[in-house]
Design a protein around this ligand. Structure first.
Ligand code: ADP
Length: 483
């Protein structure tokens, strides 16, 4: 199949969170199964063209707001990976735009509507000029969720694109992109008139539009697929998701196991695998030295690598850590950025525990890898978690996950490798972390067995990529049925 990915992020070019990891890795796994994948993302200002060998490829005119706008297309083909296309057009995604995302609504809805329309115009051009006709248009998250709609409304009679089926994947239901009606009208595009959306007053919501119009729908773990169709987990879209339940599947994210491999990594002080776990101690010492913590192998080192937003549970993480750092012999490292008040709370935690906690308010991927390789446990006390990648990287590096039993965390972490808790409270996190510390101190052999089991987990895309292929086949069958 020819599969066109449309998304806002793609690692290694641009990554804010797990979305970037998935768009960087899943196409490679699909390509290995014999499919042809092309990825289209915005040419965000912060992308470093020279570092990634991104070169100008093409330019064409698109009508926008009643005028002709020039779309600039650049491209990169890393060894063995699918083609990635980067698009920009005035006034969006210019080299001086310092942000990947501006806000959830307002300006970003206009930016991503423009991006979605330009991505399909590019697809039309690929089909005409290279003979690469997409069988599947795969839209990721709200930023691309308008493409199934635009495909249905603008290309229904197009000889090249009309046969394409669309798939929409929800990486995080919380972000939806409200306010699209105004932008559609301004751009001269038809208003959304899907009866399901009008009835639910959701025609103004980008993600809802994608959910209603795509041929098939997926999300990034089986547990999250169940959670989002409920009132508590549905963020206002539960009834719409209910209506599309027969088209919704949960497919667990994989990990790019070539990128994240402690046996071959160039970024950590000492490489290791499950047969040489004693070497991890050197990574721990190196990280403690780097972050100004006492260099002690015997003291357990817990870590969090996270966006500091409500979803990730800072509201329970910081109170629990104030308590644990005062009452237990342990160290804590935090690497994260996010909302200002959570960054301040993190800073205070560091100030209150100078010998025990190191706080890095930055986005730093090499440092994140050193933390995964050095820490004894990784904390993810999420309020909700579509899939979560941090816990998978941690397991691969022998750092045991302490996680709340929700979404993809529940699907990937079992009690024989990690520590789970269910109530969303500082006390519940404290008690799970307490169990982990107890095992660390009192059962070193059991601890090592857990690490070996964690590292032996098959977290690769090999298991999940064929499920996407099945999803694409279902989407094509539906498309033929309704065509
Ligand atoms: P989300 O996409 O909701 O942020 P995930 O767990 O799916 O959460 O993915 C987070 C990814 O981003 C992981 O690869 C994690 O290591 C990385 N990450 C998060 N915060 C940082 C940071 N401050 N520096 C480096 N990497 C980070």
């Amino acid at each position: 199949m020819n599969i066109l990915f449309i998304a806002a992020e793609c690692s290694p070019f641009v990554k804010v969170g797990g979305l970037g990891d998935v768009i960087g890795a899943l196409p490679v796994a699909l390509q290995r199964l014999g499919h042809s994948v092309r990825v289209v993302i915005p040419h965000h200002g912060p992308i470093k063209d020279a570092v990634h060998g991104i070169r100008p490829l093409d330019g064409f005119q698109m009508t926008w707001n009643g005028a002709a706008t020039r779309i600039e297309v650049a491209g990169a083909a890393l060894d063995g990976t699918p083609h990635t296309y980067f698009i920009r057009g005035w006034p969006f995604f210019t080299p001086v735009d310092r942000f990947i995302y501006h806000s959830n609504e307002g300006i970003d809805v206009g930016r991503f509507l423009f991006f979605s329309a330009a991505a399909l115009a590019l697809a039309r051009r690929m089909a005409e000029e290279d003979g690469w006709v997409p069988d599947i248009v795969h839209a990721h998250d709200w930023h691309a969720a308008l493409t199934p709609y635009l495909l249905a409304r603008l290309y229904a009679d197009d000889p090249l694109l009309s046969s394409a089926a669309s798939v929409c994947t929800i990486h995080n239901l919380q972000y939806q992109g409200w306010g699209v009606s105004w932008h559609l009208a301004r751009a001269g595009l038809p208003p959304v008139d899907h009866p399901l959306l009008l009835a639910a007053r959701l025609a103004d919501n980008c993600l809802a539009v994608g959910i209603a119009y795509c041929s098939m729908l997926s999300t990034v773990s089986p547990r999250y697929a169940q959670e989002i169709a409920t009132l508590e987990g549905g963020f206002g879209l539960d009834s719409l998701l209910h209506a599309r339940l027969s088209s919704l599947v949960g497919i667990l994210n994989g990990l790019d196991t070539a990128r994240w491999d402690p046996a071959t990594s160039l970024h950590i002080a000492q490489r290791f695998d499950a047969t040489s776990l004693d070497r991890r101690a050197q990574n721990k010492r190196a990280l403690q030295a780097e972050l100004g913590l006492p260099q002690r192998a015997d003291v357990p080192l817990a870590a969090a690598v996270t966006r500091l937003v409500d979803q990730k549970g800072p509201a329970i993480l910081f109170p629990a850590l104030h308590h644990m750092l005062s009452n237990a012999e342990m160290q804590f490292v935090l690497l994260g950025t996010g909302h200002h008040h959570f960054e301040q709370e993190a800073w205070w935690l560091g100030q209150a525990n100078p010998q025990k906690a190191a706080i890095k308010l930055a986005f730093d991927e090499p440092l994140s890898e050193r933390i995964y390789a050095a820490s004894d446990m990784l904390l993810m006390p999420s309020e909700f978690e579509p899939c979560g990648i941090g816990q998978m990287i941690a397991m691969r590096y022998g750092s045991l996950p302490v996680v709340r039993e929700v979404g993809g965390l529940a699907d990937t972490v079992s009690p024989d490798v990690g520590y789970l808790f269910s109530e969303y409270s500082p006390g519940a996190l404290q008690s799970a972390l307490g169990r982990a510390l107890d095992n660390f101190y009192n059962d070193p052999v059991g601890w090592q067995k857990r690490q070996v089991r964690a590292m032996a987990r098959d977290l690769s895309w090999e298991a999940s990529a064929p499920r996407y292929v099945r999803l694409y086949e279902q989407a094509r069958a539906r498309q033929r049925q309704y065509a």
